[in-house]
Design a protein around this ligand. Structure first.
Ligand code: ZN
Length: 455
């Protein structure tokens, strides 16, 4: 089975050039000109960008949060992802039963994804407690392709600073990035209890309970702790506040290495005015949507390279049902939003087409960097001979709109409803197969494979 993508503009993290791409047996076999293959399927990409499929390094496709479960399973979640141009996901796991091993949750998620996912999927391990057994497991799991771990500084299994240090020390030894949810837990809990006791329970108080400083303080603390561990690889998830980015810039300016920053489209494209809307519960997520000054600072961070990755923190709960649990009290609303299908084209339109980032920066932020940082490069995140033929074709001169009406998931809303798009996703290939074409999912349940990652 051969495919040739002809006449397109191939985009890498460093350059753009006119070339044809030859695909054989799911892999890119050559990049050049004038391939003559009588039996090949030919895709004409004239006037289109040919880019590596996007990698979403932060998803919660399957997550139980209190009484609610996300709307998806690995079939519907990855179908939605691929119809938006994402060809690999790396899932952040839910917490398991108290005192469970790291492997316990990994095995559960492997079972949940196998035979369901339509694209390749990796898993980040998640820490609930730090002891000699879990630290030993880090080493074993890393050897099996689970080359990254998550720690939380808030929620049910928030780690102490000393436990974070122990994880970082092991990570420095193994080279595995530690993804950290940075918020000051005790301040958040104090604020929530205080606001509720004052009768301040509307969704806008969700944002006020988690101010910028709450994130920036935790980011600063983790930078110091990772530094104490010998510049352990620290990956800050969903950075949203301008003060947090400033702290990262300062640490790097002082010579700290191995610091990676992720943000998400919602922190770039929305402002806290959403909390004044009737449907404000759609935007109850942590960190909350910030102010225009923050979005401006984050765009600057994308342009100057201080932010490394744009992922989604996708965590879908239905607005009509699940989210309504918070209608009289924001603390009862399951946290999370949409984005797995919207991310690529929202960022292409608002970033590339509005001139804020170049096509190469776009590829780097959404595909190459997440693949590289998390140990999937160059199998993922690149158009190079020998790599997986995960490729997207985008037509910059076409137009579209983000609307729940033309999406492919099962959640009942999108946080970007009505956003006009400059640029249109035409075709998505996953390991050489056309899995999406002009609005239609053409893939198959269960074709995704577990992504073995090595750092
Ligand atoms: Zn998350």
């Amino acid at each position: 089975m051969k495919t040739i993508i002809k006449n397109g503009t191939v985009v890498s993290e460093t350059e753009m050039y006119q070339a044809d791409v030859l695909i054989e047996n799911g892999k890119i076999s050559a990049i050049g000109r004038n391939f003559v293959e009588a039996d090949a399927c030919v895709l004409d990409a004239s006037g289109q960008y040919v880019m590596p499929g996007a990698v979403d390094a932060h998803t919660h496709i399957s997550l139980q949060a209190g009484a609610c479960h996300t709307t998806d399973d690995f079939f519907t979640g990855t179908r939605s992802a691929v119809c938006g141009g994402t060809t690999s996901v790396i899932e952040h796991l839910a917490f398991g039963p108290e005192n469970c091993s790291l492997r316990y949750q990994i095995e559960r998620y492997k079972k949940a994804a196998e035979g369901k996912a339509v694209i390749d999927y990796g898993l980040h391990g998640v820490f609930q407690q730090v002891d000699s057994a879990t630290l030993q497991e880090m080493e074993e799991l890393a050897a099996e392709g689970i080359a990254s771990f998550k720690i939380y500084l808030t929620y049910a299994f928030a780690l102490s600073d000393a436990d974070a240090l122990r994880v970082f020390r092991k990570a420095a030894e193994l080279g595995t990035p530690i993804a950290v949810h940075c918020e000051n837990d005790s301040i958040v809990n104090y604020n929530r209890a205080r606001l509720v006791s004052e009768g301040k329970t509307a969704p806008r108080y969700h944002a006020l309970s988690r101010p910028n400083e709450c994130e920036a303080e935790a980011v600063g603390r983790m930078l110091h702790i990772a530094h104490m561990a010998g510049d352990a690889p620290l990956y800050i998830v969903h950075l949203s506040a301008r003060e947090s980015l400033q702290a990262v810039r300062e640490a790097r300016a002082h010579g700290q290495k191995n610091v990676y920053v992720e943000t998400c489209p919602q922190y770039l494209l929305l402002t806290d005015e959403v909390y004044e809307r009737k449907d404000a519960l759609k935007f109850v997520m942590s960190p909350p949507i910030r102010k225009a000054e923050d979005t401006e600072a984050l765009w600057q961070g994308l342009a100057d390279g201080s932010i490394d990755v744009v992922a989604t923190d996708y965590c879908p709960f239905n607005f009509a049902t699940d989210k309504q649990l918070g209608k009289d009290d924001f603390t009862k609303c399951p946290n999370g939003g949409t984005g797995i299908e919207e991310r690529v084209m929202a960022m292409f339109s608002a970033g590339v087409m509005q001139g804020r980032i170049t096509p190469s920066q776009f590829v780097k932020l959404l595909s190459t960097n997440p693949a590289r940082i998390y140990g999937a490069y160059p199998q993922k995140g690149a158009i190079l001979p020998g790599t997986d033929a995960d490729i997207i074709l985008i037509e910059p001169q076409a137009q579209g709109e983000i609307s729940i009406r033309n999406m492919h998931g099962v959640v009942d809303y999108t946080i970007f409803e009505g956003m006009r798009l400059q640029g249109c996703l035409r075709i998505v290939l996953s390991r050489g197969e056309i899995v999406y074409r002009d609005g239609v999912f053409t893939g198959q349940e269960g074709t995704g494979r577990f992504l073995v990652r090595r750092v």
